[in-house]
Design a protein. Structure first.
Length: 210
């Protein structure tokens, strides 16, 4: 149960972060002003991708700014690439999560959430705190799955198919990557790689489609 509870916290954290960042979409002209320089655009894209764990959502934001005539093609492409790179580093940051850091983020996020003017920032901090706590709970709860995994002994192709199904139902590639990272002590490096291999194909397909 601890593993599933951790997964629920992780997904809830991702949702809260997305809710907090979504308010930026309604302030496109302010966003364009803040991103007027290539350096600030690159840094902001990396940071937003790292916080949200979703390069796709920020790529759609860049496309909307391009269609609205606020961003040039070069600015939209730079934001999309920077956000994708930041989202790629998201799993590594989650892997370094500590319970103390999660508690600090939750403690800072709560008062910000209670005030209307800073509610978006509070949602982001609360989401990060829940996300870190969720990953830690997943790591501890994964021990209960060790006997079952030893009994089933799933092969690479079975894990590959499981990765596809999880990415479809969870709706987040980075969530599946965090799941594979939590299960690595029991699946081994090869098993975790097989679980995350579909994510590479999904992301490549999305990039070709865009």
């Amino acid at each position: 149960m601890g593993f599933l509870a951790g997964l629920a916290l992780l997904l809830l954290g991702l949702h809260l972060i997305g809710e907090g960042l979504s308010s930026v979409k309604g302030k496109r002209y302010l966003l364009a002003r803040a991103f007027s320089r290539p350096g600030s655009l690159l840094l902001s894209g990396l940071l937003l991708g790292l916080l949200s764990g979703s390069g796709t959502g920020l790529s759609l934001l860049a496309l909307g700014l391009l269609e609205g005539g606020i961003f040039s093609l070069g600015q939209a492409a730079l934001l999309s690439l920077a956000a994708t790179a930041g989202a790629g580093a998201w799993v590594g940051v989650v892997a370094l999560a500590q319970r103390e850091v999660a508690e600090v983020l939750l403690a800072l996020g709560l008062p910000l959430f209670l005030f209307r003017g800073s509610r978006s920032g509070g949602l982001v901090l609360l989401g990060l705190g829940l996300l870190f706590l969720g990953f830690l709970e997943m790591g501890q709860g994964a021990k209960a799955f060790a006997p079952l995994l030893s009994l089933l002994n799933p092969g690479p192709w079975a894990l590959y198919l499981v990765g596809i199904v999880l990415a479809f139902f969870l709706g987040t590639a980075n969530g599946v990557a965090a799941l594979a990272l939590a299960l690595m002590p029991f699946l081994g490096q090869g098993g975790s790689m097989a679980l995350t291999l579909p994510l590479i194909h999904i992301r490549r397909g999305g990039q070709r489609g865009s």
